[in-house]
Design a protein around this ligand. Structure first.
Ligand code: IPE
Ligand code: IPE
Ligand code: MG
Length: 257
């Protein structure tokens, strides 16, 4: 009985793009794109096949987010902990930005998308870093969707680096301890200049943050789905946004509704 009621309410009527466009859009959507390996395993394919398929979904969702007028799309592509994976998998993952960007860059340029990267770029292989730098450079004048890739990104490493830099600036007399405010800390993070995410999506059924934007997600609405990233569609994206639009964001205050 209960299941039946829920079904008719939530599942039977798929939300449409038009409906979603009638309500305020999240300004910044962040996605932990997870489940590529399990997607491949289910098909008895190598894990790399899942990553390749996942890359096609990045393309699809970027295009769609841009179409919806979302301003920032942050995608967790490789974490500081992902180096623990077998070398062959890491090598493949490090080739993906080149593959993705050589085929996709002209489209990004044409569609006014601005590519940005957060993460420790200096630890990436040269060929990966070059591909990413080229995309950032060639799209730097664009004014549409900001496509922010988190590549070799880890939130604790980011916060640690920020604290170190703040300490150095205090030591050099450029900052006084009283100057250390929340906005100042934000400005020392890799996401400096980007508004905090309004909506975080994680695929593949894992209910954790895995070291992603711990500071920035303080008041973000979280949305989890069992769908594996290579199976993620525009329709799933619309469902996540519709769920966000139904939430009552209070930021510690009282309801404005
Ligand atoms: C996400 O998929 C991609 C990266 C972390 C690079 P996974 O590779 O983590 O896939 P699962 O979680 O093993 O299924
Ligand atoms: C998080 O996924 C990192 C990315 C999606 C890039 P993981 O698959 O690495 O996370 P855990 O290991 O399940 O926490
Ligand atoms: Mg995973």
């Amino acid at each position: 009985m209960f299941n039946k009621m829920r079904k008719t309410k939530e599942k039977d009527v798929p939300v449409t793009k038009e409906e979603v466009l009638r309500h305020p859009m999240p300004n910044h959507v962040a996605i932990i794109m997870d489940g590529n390996g399990r997607w491949a395993k289910k098909r008895a394919l190598p894990r790399a096949a899942g990553h390749y398929e996942g890359m096609q979904v990045v393309r699809k969702i970027t295009r769609f987010a841009n179409e919806l007028g979302i301003q920032i799309l942050s995608l967790y592509a490789f974490s500081t902990e992902n180096w623990k994976r077998p070398k062959s998998e890491v090598d493949y993952l490090m080739k993906l930005p080149e593959q993705f960007l050589t085929t996709f860059l002209p489209e990004l340029v044409a569609e006014n998308v601005k590519v940005q990267v957060i993460g420790h770029a200096e630890a990436l292989p040269d060929h990966t870093r070059r591909a990413v730098e080229k995309a950032v450079k060639e799209t730097s004048g664009n004014t549409g969707l900001v496509l922010n890739f988190a590549l070799n990104y880890g939130s604790r490493a980011e916060i640690t680096a920020a604290v170190k830099q703040i300490a150095k600036d205090v030591e050099r007399g450029m900052l006084a301890p009283e100057d250390i405010t929340e906005p100042l800390i934000s400005s020392y993070l890799m996401t400096s200049g980007l508004a905090d995410p309004d909506l975080l999506i994680r695929t593949s059924g894992e209910i954790r943050l895995s070291n992603f934007m711990l500071w920035q997600l303080a008041y973000t609405e979280l949305w989890f789905t069992d769908v594996l990233w290579p199976d993620f569609t525009e329709q799933h994206f619309l469902e996540a946004i519709a769920a966000y639009q139904r939430r009552d964001r209070r930021f510690g205050g009282v309801s404005a509704r």
